[in-house]
Every structure is written in structure tokens, then in C-alpha cells.
Write a protein that binds this ligand. Sequence first.
Ligand SMILES: [Mn+2]
Length: 467
Amino acid sequence: MFSPQTYQERRQALMHNVKHGLIVLRGNSALPMNYQANHFSFVQDASFRYCTGLTQPDLWLILDCDTGQECLCGPEIQLMDTVWSGPRPCVEDLAASCGLALSGNYAHLQARCSTALKHGQRVHYLPQYQAEGQVQLADLLDQNIQDIRHNVSLSLISALVALRSIKTPEEIAELRSAIALSASVYALLMQTCRPGIEEQHLYAQVVAHIVEHGCQEAFPTILSVRGETLHNHAHTNTLRPGDLLLIDSGTVSPNGYASDITRTLPVSGTFSSLQRDIYSLVVRAQRSAIACLRPSVPFVDAHIQAARVLATGLCDLGFMRGDPAEAVAVGAHALFFPHGLGHMLGLDAHDMEALGEDFVGYDTVFQRSTQFGLSGLRMAKPVQAGNVLTIEPGIYFIPALISQWQANNMHTDFINYDLINSAIGFGGIRLEDDILVTEYGVEILSTAIPLAANDIEQHMSDSRLEP
Ligand SMILES: [Mn+2]
């Protein structure tokens, strides 16, 4: 945990920002996999963790903006809980550890909510992605589930987005530590990746390495030679000479901050000529997008910049034709790059996505596009100093998408379907780094991980273990 003062300051800022009413923040529960006692590994809600640092399940935080009173509510520990799960701190001790003077049980939580309702005090709560949270709030606030979904507090959401979007030095140190562990994951993969190895072997190695360091995955690791499936969570293939292996993975720092890095490795240790051309093009698009970012530049501009570089290169290679800027304007490049440039990074890998993506990445000026590809951009609004973001362009040859576009004669002015069909099986290349927006520009936080095609090949030939 950070010092209690850090959490006190965050809660003060939150109450100051929301101004009036009672904030009720729910910590996560452990979710059952197939019966109540057998649950998924527990991950705390990030907004709750941001305000308390606490990683135990079933806790609630009450912040009264009108009086400044703060209280942690949680379960009373029963003897049999201790018998099965071992000793754990009581709610008073948990409260004290994050600088909260008051604590109580669930009856206290219920009473405090009832008092607020009786006196017409607005109760602020967040969208609930755990179904149990919707049910519990419906009980506490005497509303039905539909109303609970509908009445989430926009002022609480925007206050949390404003706070969590700007990373403090101690948060940036955490992000650096998660990225450092990721760097050792990728060093290990460059050493081990070779024809004949199974994806599941490499996946097990990634997880083992992270767990050995006392950490966990930030999200289920993507590791596949079928990288054209954007979020491919299967690990059932055996690596063959000439394959590209795409690995998109992240780790979590001791205080809960995530890294999110993608590399694409040539299984043979060297890229083929076409692989190298397309890989280098993705590198150029990524670096070009990063180069145009600095405070107050809209993130959508960096996305468009990356798209134009990709379209220009794809024209040079013959996969596209015509004017690249026009192709991007109509969305023709999205056949190859059907997702957004990146997203905020922090306590969540997709930071604050639980609060609603549009509240994080869009505002009244920057509205989400409906164009295929651009509509998937998670953030469009101007970046600010202190933002940490991922930059992750890619080029994919997705058979289902190509055949659908071709059947519908989509963008035939800009797309050379004959050449594309000869490249089916290529797979996909995505390259993702994590950046910090500084006062003057951008710092790439993940430079320890080789990126350029030559550097990847060099690293693989220097470090590869003989079978
Ligand atoms: Mn990402």
C-alpha cells in the first residue's frame, strides 16, 4: 500500500470534486466459478483500490461530501472464516491502514444509506459490472435493478476520471515496475521462442515468471501464432518455421498498476522479406503516432497519423492503392487495422473502462465516430501531462473480414483484394508500448523491450537457448 496520506488526499479530492451527497463505493466480491466456495482469483475494483489501497473482498467505502465523514464497512470475521481461510485483519484495522477513522458492519452501511434517503441526500454510486453489486445497491437504496443501472452518478464518474487520469510520481513508479517485469517476460520469450515449441509451453513460462516474482497477469495473456485474431486466448498451436508469434501481455505491480505490452516475434529468429516490410511499417506507424503526442493534442490525431502511415506503406507494398489520406478518411485502412490506437493505462489495463469508455476517452467536443475501425477507438480527446497510455497499432490479415469486404465490394478503389488474398495466412502484427505524457511531450516507458526488427533478430540470436 501507499501511505495512508495518499489515500486520504485522494478521498479529500474526490469529495471536493463531487461537492454534495453521499458517495457509496463498493469493493469487489470474490466471484464463484462453479459453486460458491470455488471462486475466481480475486481482483479488487480499481476505483475502490484507488481510494483505499485495500485488496480484501466485500468492503464498502462511504464518503459524506456534506460533512467530510468517511467510513469503511465490511464483514464481521467469524471463527470458521479464520479456521478455513486463516487470520485476517478486522474492518477497524483495515480502515486504520488507509487512514480511515471510522468503520462499521453492513448494518451500519444500511443505516447510513437509509438516513441519506430519508433526508433527501443524493447517493452517488458507480456502474456495477458485478451483478451482485447491482442487487446489493438495489437493496440498500430501495430501488429496482433497472433504476440502479439508470441512476449511476455522472458527477462521481467524472470526478474519478479526472483524478485517475493524471498519474502521480508514486503511481508512475508502480507502472515502471510493472513494465520492468514485462521486459523480463519478453526477454524470456525471445530466448525460448523457436519452431517446434507449443504455445501452451510459452504461456506457462510467462505465467510462471510473473508468479515467481510475486505478481499476477494484468489480463489473460494473448500468445498465439494466429495473431490476426485480436484477442486470441487459445494456446493450442505448435510454432512452425516462418510463423509470427504475437504476445500481448501485462503484469500487475505490488500496488496494483498494470503494464500492457505487445510484441510480435519471428518464430525462426529472422523475419521473411514480407514480414519485415510489414513489421517495419507498424514500427513506423507507432513511432509516428508517438511523435505527434504532447499535452493538448487530441489522441484521435495520433490514431489518424498512425492510420495514414499504415495506409501509405500498404500502398507502397501494393495491398492498397490511391491516396492514403483519402483511404483513411473513408476508413479503407481499417480492413488491416480494425481497432483503436490505444487506451489509458493504470490500475486497470483498460484504465477506468468500468466507469464507461466514453467518459474516459470522449467529451462534449470529441464524440465517438461510427465508422468501422475508428468506432473502436477507446480515447479521442486531448491528452494531458500525467496521462499514461498504450500505443498499439497493428496490421492483420483477417480471412473472415477480407472475404466479407470483398463480397460487398468494399472500398475497391483503395484495396487490392487479389494481392491480399495471396497473403492470407500471414497472421497479424501488433506492437504496443506504454507512454507517459509529460509537460513537453512524451516518454516511452517500455524502451527496455526491443522493438525494431533488427533489434528483435539480434536479441533472439544472442539469447536463444539451444534445444
Ligand atoms: Mn492494450
